[in-house]
Design a protein around this ligand. Structure first.
Ligand SMILES: NC(=O)C1=CN([C@@H]2O[C@H](COP(=O)(O)OP(=O)(O)OC[C@H]3O[C@@H](n4cnc5c(N)ncnc54)[C@H](OP(=O)(O)O)[C@@H]3O)[C@@H](O)[C@H]2O)C=CC1
Ligand SMILES: N[C@@H](CC(=O)OP(=O)(O)O)C(=O)O
Length: 338
């Protein structure tokens, strides 16, 4: 078993990590960290469990530690669900101390030597771990993309064999994306907020890095354009995205590409049976009905129409956050980087 810790274990994403790791076949969850506010107390006493999944009792007695390198000395690998301003220097320090970091925070996603990985799309980008290790420390940082980016890229992955140059996307993002304290009820109830700070820029740049080519030392960004508009809607979990792509092939060919899309992964505990599931019903996918497919790891695609136009949906705190990081760690372990 690999000894693991969760940084920011009491937050919206941190709780998802705890849910996914409490009973993991490869990873032993032994350290939970949070802010000084929570440190020193048993997790069961400080966590306000707010997930639609049962609370895992076996973690209650773990005493929450402050988020310092010293408190992680028994971990081989940590999952970071820290606020980005805290993650920026701390994740580097932790990797420098020889510990593997799978981060969900945005801080290092676009660093040239940090892999930004979706296991079904660009597993080869993990080669950047060797580039980081060439600097001397066994530790490294691997990141997963922004939650909306993950849904968009998985929905584009089956189209890779077609030519396209122009991707446009409009998101309808769940309020859990803003964290537990993130979006006031007065802002979101009976409302749509047509702005999520930094989200459009992240979707537009991260997509090109993930779908870019790794040449052994760096990633050359993909040669198409992405233009997005991001909106917060009154949904608890699940980001929905309307997508337009200038694919010229007929709809029937495109549907075939979705139906035949195969994940390159095998035997990873969290990998879903289908990374991308295609719907034929005219009113799907929908967040309440479809976000938990594949234990929250499947991206659903439907309403494929000429143009090419379609709708994609994924669970933002599972496939878009904690689940993405855990799947990355499973891939890292299976490829013997740990
Ligand atoms: N929610 C989502 O869908 C997604 C979130 N992310 C990213 O994941 C990260 C976490 O987001 P989220 O879970 O929503 O945030 P929350 O605000 O819900 O949780 C933040 C966590 O970090 C801890 N924390 C806060 N300040 C400090 C500090 N100074 N030192 C150490 N720990 C601290 C908190 O502990 P305490 O309880 O003690 O305050 C809590 O455990 C962010 O970087 C976010 O951008 C990424 C993709 C999707
Ligand atoms: N911005 C996302 C969540 C998030 O924190 O994204 P990032 O990890 O890219 O900062 C949302 O609001 O739904």
């Amino acid at each position: 078993m690999i000894n693991v810790g969760v940084l920011g274990a009491t937050g919206a994403v941190g709780q998802r990590f705890v849910q996914l790791l409490a009973d993991h076949p490869w990873f032993h969850l032994q350290t939970l960290t949070a802010s000084e506010r929570s440190a020193g107390k048993p997790y069961g006493n400080v966590v306000n469990w707010r997930l639609d999944a049962p609370y895992p009792d076996n973690v209650s007695d773990i005493v929450v530690t402050p988020t310092t390198v010293e408190s992680l000395k028994d971990c081989d690998l940590v999952f970071s669900a820290l606020p980005a301003d805290v993650a920026t220097s701390l994740e580097k320090e932790i990797a420098g101390a020889g510990i593997a970091v799978c981060s969900n925070a945005r801080s290092h996603r676009m660093d040239p030597d940090v892999p930004l990985v979706i296991p079904e799309v660009n597993p080869d980008h993990l080669g950047l771990i060797d580039v980081q290790r060439d600097r001397g420390s066994e530790g490294f940082i691997v990141t997963n993309p922004n939650c909306s980016t993950i849904v968009l890229v998985l929905a584009l992955a089956p189209l890779r064999s077609f030519e396209f140059h122009d991707v446009r996307a409009a998101t309808m993002q769940a309020i859990s994306g803003g964290g537990f304290a993130g979006v006031p009820a007065m802002d979101i109830y009976d409302n749509v907020v047509p702005y999520i700070g930094g989200e459009e820029e992240k979707m537009e740049s991260e997509t090109l890095k993930i779908m870019g080519e790794f040449n052994g030392s760096e990633v050359i960004p993909a040669p198409f354009k992405v233009s997005t508009s991001c909106h917060r809607v009154p949904v608890i979990d699940g980001h929905t995205i309307a997508v337009w792509v200038d694919v010229k092939e007929p709809v029937a060919e495109v549907k075939k590409a979705y139906a035949n899309f195969k994940s390159p992964l095998s035997n990873l505990p969290l990998q879903p049976e289908k990374a991308v599931e295609l719907f034929d019903q005219s009113d799907r996918p929908q967040p309440r009905l479809d976000r938990n497919r594949g234990r929250g790891m499947t991206v659903s695609v439907g309403r494929i129409r000429e143009g090419l136009r379609f709708v994609a949906l994924g669970h933002n705190t599972i496939r878009g956050a904690a689940g993405a990081s855990v799947l990355n760690a499973e891939l890292i372990y299976s490829r013997k980087y740990l």
